[in-house]
Write a protein that binds this ligand. Structure first.
Ligand SMILES: Nc1ncnc2c1ncn2[C@@H]1O[C@H](COP(=O)(O)OP(=O)(O)O)[C@@H](O)[C@H]1O
Ligand SMILES: [Mg+2]
Length: 226
């Protein structure tokens, strides 16, 4: 048994430590709780451990110590097979670049997680494209739309299976102001329309207007920003 995440909390991390290969700790006792529909914005310099923290919250990387609960389930002790299932169904990832498959249309990209989960895709994909303002671009490929539109499609894809958690690692870092605004809007939709709990990592000012609980990651510790 692990941490006592509060009921209703979608993400509950308790005393998370991480060192890679026994080297100096990148994370030194991080606690974080995020509610449904809440966005936690994690500020930190390059190399401060933002990607490490998101990887641990998303079950991509094990912590050296500590516990993580997603949707009330402790994931740190799950075997890889179960973890893969949790990642597919409960957690959406958005990265600095959209990471869509270039040979697939936006529609096919958004459908991909549903296909992997062997779920009916059509109605869900139509809904997602509509909500994210991508219906007219559905049959275009990532190379045929703007970077901001691709990133919006990436958010739509991340939400395909209705995950409770959305993890976004510097999602606006490679975007101009217009693309940034589009992505921040997509993150707001994810919270408001889909009730996702979000953790958004950033090191620049692009996401400043995001409505969020703000934290700073420094020296391996996460503290609430005053
Ligand atoms: N897979 C890894 N193996 C070894 N060291 C890593 C690995 N990933 C990150 N690190 C180290 O951990 C520290 C934090 O990196 P990272 O989490 O990527 O920070 P950020 O995302 O804030 O830039 C850095 O010193 C980095 O070199
Ligand atoms: Mg990073």
């Amino acid at each position: 048994m692990g941490a006592a995440g509060m009921p209703g909390r979608v993400i509950a991390a308790q005393d998370v430590w991480k060192s890679y290969d026994g080297r100096e700790e990148v994370l030194r006792g991080v606690d974080l709780d995020v509610d449904p529909g809440e966005s936690a914005l994690v500020w930190g310099e390059n190399g401060s451990g933002k990607t490490t923290l998101l990887s641990i919250l998303g079950g991509l990387e094990p912590p050296s110590r500590g516990f993580v609960e997603v949707g009330g389930r402790e994931i740190t002790s799950l075997r890889e097979k179960h973890l893969a299932r949790v990642r597919l169904l409960e957690i959406g990832f958005v990265f600095q670049t959209h990471r869509l498959l270039e040979d697939l249309t936006l529609e096919e990209n958004v459908a991909l997680p549903l296909r992997l989960a062997k779920r009916p895709a059509e109605a869900r994909v139509v809904e997602l494209l509509e909500v994210f303002g991508l219906t007219k671009l559905a049959s275009r490929r990532p190379g045929e739309v703007s970077v901001g539109e691709s990133q919006r499609a990436a958010v739509a894809r991340a939400l395909a299976n209705g995950p409770r958690v959305l993890l976004a690692d510097e999602p606006t870092a490679s975007l101009d102001p217009k693309g940034t605004a589009a992505v921040l809007d997509a993150l707001r939709i994810a919270r408001e329309n889909f009730g996702a709990a979000e953790v958004v990592a950033a090191h620049d000012s692009g996401v400043r207007t995001l409505e969020a609980t703000e934290y700073v990651l420094e020296d391996g510790r996460l503290r609430k920003r005053a």
